[in-house]
Design a binder for this molecule. Sequence first.
Ligand code: COA
Length: 249
Amino acid sequence: MVSHLDGWLMIYWLTQTLSAHPDLARAVMPPGLLSVSEQRRCETFTVEKRRRDWLLGRWTAKHLAQAVLGSCAESDLNEIEIATNPNGAPYLADYRDWSLSISHSADRAFCALSDIGSIGVDIERIEARQVAFVEDFFTPAEQIRLTDLPERQRHVAITVIWSAKESGLKTLQCGLTVDSRTMDCRFTWTEDQWKPLEITVDTQRIAEAPNRLYGWWKADATFVYTLAATKQAHPVEVTIPPIMNDGQN
Ligand SMILES: CC(C)(COP(=O)(O)OP(=O)(O)OC[C@H]1O[C@@H](n2cnc3c(N)ncnc32)[C@H](O)[C@@H]1OP(=O)(O)O)[C@@H](O)C(=O)NCCC(=O)NCCS
C-alpha cells in the first residue's frame, strides 16, 4: 500500500527482514521472484550469507517496485527485472527513469525507489566505534560536531554520519571507491520519525557531483536508516501484506 503526500516530491521506501520469508532464510530462491538472468546471477553467490542478503534485497526491492509502479501482479515479481551496473548499482531494467537503491544489514533490507533524480539508501546497526574510525573517516567539522554528546547519542550520531556518507556515495554511484571525507554530513535531532540531514560534497574531489545532497535519517533501538537524494523529497513508507507461511506472496 502506498500513501501520498500532497505537494511533495516523494521517495518510496520499504524495509523487510529475512525472517518474513521462509525460503530467504534458507538462502533458497523463492518461486516466481527472479527472472532467468537474475537466477543465473544468484547462482554465482557461493557464500550463503551473501546469497541471503542479495535475495532479501531483491525480494524487498521488487515488492516496493510492484507497490509503487503496479506493473505486475503480486505473484509475478519475476517480471520486474533488477539489473546491475558494472559499478554495482542496481536499477529497474524497464523503468530507467526511476532510481532504486538497496541496503542490507543484520538480516534486514532497506530499499527506496523514486523518480525525482538519483537516490541512495543505507541501513547500519548502531554500535560503538573506535575513536580511530572517526578520525580516519570523518571530516574535521563532523568530528567537532560529535564532541560533548552523551555516550548513546554519540554512538547513534556516528552511525548516522557513516550511514549518510554511504547513502550519499550510493546516490553518486561511486560507493566507497572515493574517500568518505569528500562528504560532510550535518543533521538535526527532532522528535519526528524522519529527521532531515544535509550532505555537502567536495566537488573538487568528485567530478561532476552536485555540491549538496538532501537526506533524511531515523533510528530505532537497533538500526539507523538514511536516505540521500539529488533533490529535496519526502520519504513515504510502503507497506505490503504479511507473507503466507507457504512462501506464496
Ligand atoms: C556501495 C557500498 C558502499 C555498499 O556498502 P555496504 O554497506 O557494504 O552494503 P549495503 O548493504 O549498504 O549496500 C549494498 C548494495 O549497494 C548497492 N551498490 C553497490 N555498489 C553501488 C554503487 N556503486 N552505487 C550505488 N549502489 C551500489 C547494491 O545494490 C548492493 O547490494 P546488492 O549487491 O545486494 O544489490 C560498497 O559496496 C562499495 O563501496 N562498493 C564500491 C564499489 C564496488 O566495489 N563495486 C563493486 C563492483 S562489482
